[in-house]
Design a binder for this molecule. Sequence first.
Ligand code: DGL
Length: 267
Amino acid sequence: MKIGIFDSGMGGLIVANGIIRKLPQYDYIFLGDTARVPYGNRSAETVYSFTRQGVEYLLEQGCGLVVIACNTASADALRRLQKEFLPGRYPDRHLLGVLVPAVESAVATTRSKRIGVLATRGTVASKAFAREIQARLPEASVTQKPAPLLVPLVEYAGLRWARPILEDYLYELQEADIDTLILGCTHYPVLRPLIEDILGEKVSVVSQDLVVPNALEDYLKRQTQLANKLTSDRTRQFMLTDITRDNETLASRLFGEKIEFTKVELG
Ligand code: DGL
């Protein structure tokens, strides 16, 4: 069986790259729902239904485990899929999100218990990060900031305009005197050096491209039955629900190498 990685679009290629580098032996299928991206401004119900279709597609392709790389989808759909969808249809398959590894890392890092979260509007509205942090650290104070302009900046090579926008988004988090910041969106690892520069040394930045591959490795060490079912032929398939020339350029930038995509239809 393969490992599936699902994202609303292309940003998940950053975390996919981290996972594949860390665990290169396995077979992977990446699926990005580029026909319907972005998810970050959509209702929870729509995000759930799109995510269910993407995950189901990957399970039908023979994935034993699907990582939902998209924070918005992890926030709005993961728990419901684990409770309502998997047990009846695919009881032996596994579904993981990217929120919990980031939360666990932040909870282990913070000293002041003041944690910030930068994410899409949808993820902030779901309050999923705050819930997961407070479940582990009830006295934590969590300041969330929606940052809707950052995804387009990363996708359209607009990093030269990122500093003033980031300074504005981060101001509230600095005012809240956080000592740990979670980058709660697929695209934000690209902005990490700039964010670290603005926040200075006193704030630790949790980036999913670094924490999720480690969390997945630990998970597979614990889930030996699943790990034994995963095949190790080092194949990689990359699928999108819409392909344009822009996708190919962006993919090279996010994944670090040229990728051949196959088009698939969901729903
Ligand atoms: N993948 C989304 C996330 O991590 C960002 C892009 C989108 O809004 O779909 O929240």
